[in-house]
Design a protein around this ligand. Structure first.
Ligand code: GDP
Length: 590
């Protein structure tokens, strides 16, 4: 890595959010240098991506340039989870936390809304319900928390961050539509998370509803409902009429009872960020699901690289709360920055302790060695993997339409082998740009272009930086070449491109170079650096390279159609009149 020029700035004011390019300009370094430094902190950002103050500040501090905030607003922070010993000395029962998943349009949002509306606790109906990413209802004196960010993305994103916050997963299947691709995906996610599953067969009010068909389709996915002798509860519901919602809540109650969910309300709180945003008036607001302990107003908090103090807490109706026990979702004000969904939150005994932890985490993040990857190509991948140099194949995927991006990305991610994981670090539609090449160069990623071109400036950047750009127009071929590279079977395929053809019309001898064929160019152009196939009566006699090309007494680089010339071939001395010389070069086709 380059070091900061001594004439550069000594301090810099940075805004809450800045593009990588903007940051590099302020710091007086190249964008690629900025991208590389970000990578060493695990931030994959392209030139035009926006990063938050904290991240920018780390890069700046690394260069010996003191960062300061341009204004007093908050910023988005990338937090590093600090793992605390969380021994389950749990005692008191806690409410279950439920996530609703399912195919798009099968009614996840409608169900979440219907459950919330029919279970507003009496006396609290005055407050307007706000969307804060989670809510709690009370039914027969029992509380249930619902994560109100439907979709697998939230579920998976949180799991990817090690936050397993769901106790019960409800998979919604529309009775008229049946089991669809995302239903299967949802089932697989839930299985992978080892969370108990309940099926809600929704839209039973529709004439086309066919609950039996849904159950059969589920059986095909090895989800066997009770009626069919299995152990999965399936509840017919209608989010529209409210029918079956009580039964669904009973099923949730039953499944969670079996789990005997417990927590210790007396401990200092720990939790998970469900959703967070920057409020222009109130600063960073984070919806936190308390997992254990009790969160109180005034508590000192740490979330990754962010510290803070609970200045105020609100519930889903915007009501002030003084404390929040296990499984309670609360919106808190007072963090210094906006954490990311899935980040852990821990309470410490004092603000000083919290700050110390953050300082330490920051130092660790900064010193985390960012051993730069050498540049990787699909051809060298197997070798690198065998040598233990590569554990991950990083890919950048550019496609013509979003649909193909999703399909390819999904297929690529599962290609990984025991030794090497496949990770798509960036996906976008449109041509391969300079910014993509920079990201690839900095991260050691390979760019896969599907049905898109490469901008000329990007192509030359790639050439300079040795970044590999592979272009495909058939998904299968793209996947196959990545797969083969992973398996070490990758054999590059070349195609011969004929540049010119010449006919041998006379033979000469030179004491210095041996035999010279006097030729006439019948097609195209002969190039000095080409390879040459000598054909006699249609058969190939030799395939070698051209070692000399002359016009009269001069060595030339090329000879065009219609001209005569002298040709010398590498290691060949037996020309005959009438031989055809095919001048060609190899072009990579995969
Ligand atoms: P999501 O994409 O899974 O969140 O699905 P939505 O909750 O947005 O619902 C998709 C569509 O289905 C909307 O037009 C809803 O009004 C409709 N819908 C949801 N639940 C029901 C139901 O129980 N009965 C009927 N008839 N329509 C429903």
């Amino acid at each position: 890595m380059t070091t900061r020029p001594s004439s550069g700035p000594r301090s810099v004011a940075l805004p809450d959010a800045i593009t990588v390019k903007g940051l590099s300009e302020r710091l007086g370094i190249s964008p690629i240098e900025a991208i590389k430094r970000l990578m060493t902190h695990g931030v994959m950002a392209a030139m035009n991506d926006t990063i938050d103050y904290d991240t920018a500040a780390i890069v700046s501090a690394e260069l010996g340039i003191a960062p300061s905030r341009e204004d007093s607003g908050g910023a988005v922070a990338t937090a590093v989870r600090e793992d605390e010993d969380e021994s389950e000395d749990a005692g008191a029962p806690r409410p279950p936390v439920v996530t609703i998943l399912g195919h798009v349009d099968h009614g996840k949002t409608s169900l979440l809304d219907a459950i919330r509306e029919t279970n507003v606790v009496a006396g609290e109906a005055g407050g307007i319900t706000q969307h804060i990413g989670a809510y709690q209802i009370e039914r027969d004196g029992k509380a249930v928390t619902f994560i109100d960010t439907p979709g697998h993305a939230a579920f998976t994103a949180m799991r990817a961050r090690g936050a397993q916050i769901t106790d019960v997963a409800v998979v919604v299947v529309a009775a008229d539509d049946g089991v669809m691709p995302q239903t299967i995906e949802a089932i697989n996610h839930v299985r992978a998370a080892e969370v108990p599953m309940i099926i809600a067969i929704n839209k039973t009010d529709l004439p086309a509803a066919n609950a039996d068909r849904v159950k059969q389709q589920l059986t095909e996915q090895s989800v066997v409902v009770e009626e069919y002798g299995g152990d999965v509860l399936a509840v017919p519901v209608s989010a529209t009429t409210g029918e079956g919602l009580g039964a669904l809540l009973e099923a949730i109650d039953l499944v969670s009872e079996i789990q005997e969910l417990k927590a210790s309300p007396e401990r200092l709180a720990s939790g998970t960020v469900v959703e967070a945003e920057l409020d222009p008036r109130r600063g960073p607001l984070a919806t936190v699901l308390v997992r254990n302990g009790t969160l109180r107003q005034g508590d000192a908090l740490v979330s990754g690289l962010i510290s803070g103090k609970v200045k105020a807490m609100f519930d889903e109706r915007g009501e002030r709360l003084r404390e929040a026990g296990p499984s309670r979702p609360v919106r808190i004000m007072g963090l210094e920055d906006v954490p990311a969904a899935g980040d852990a939150i821990e309470v410490f005994e004092s603000e000083r302790a919290a700050r110390r932890i953050v300082e330490q985490a920051r130092r660790e993040a900064e010193s985390a060695s960012g051993a730069r990857r050498g540049h990787l190509t699909l051809d060298t991948l197997f070798h690198e993997v065998s040598a233990g140099n590569v554990k991950e194949l990083l890919l950048i995927l550019k496609t013509d339409v979003r649909g193909s991006a999703e399909a390819i990305r999904g297929s690529l991610q599962v290609l990984g082998t025991g030794e090497v994981k496949v990770k798509v670090i960036h996906t976008a539609t449109g041509p391969v740009s300079e910014s993509d090449v920079m990201l690839a160069g900095a991260s050691g990623a390979i760019i896969l272009a599907f049905n898109v071109r490469t901008e000329p400036s990007a192509a030359s950047q790639a050439e300079i930086n040795g970044v590999e750009i592979r272009t495909y127009d058939v998904i299968y071929q793209l996947l196959e070449s990545v797969d083969q590279a992973l398996e070490g079977l990758y054999e590059p395929v070349y195609e011969r491109v004929v540049d010119g053809v010449a006919e041998v019309r006379a033979l000469f001898r030179s004491s210095r170079v041996g035999q010279i064929a006097g030729c006439y160019v019948t097609e195209g152009t002969l190039l000095r650096g080409d390879r040459v196939r000598l054909l006699r009566n249609g058969d190939e006699v030799i395939d070698t390279s051209c070692s000399g090309l002359r016009r009269f007494q001069d060595d030339v680089r090329e000879v065009q159609q219609g001209f005569e010339c002298g040709v010398v071939l590498e290691r060949y001395d037996a020309f005959e009149e009438g031989d055809l010389l095919e001048f060609y070069h190899q072009q990579r086709v995969n």
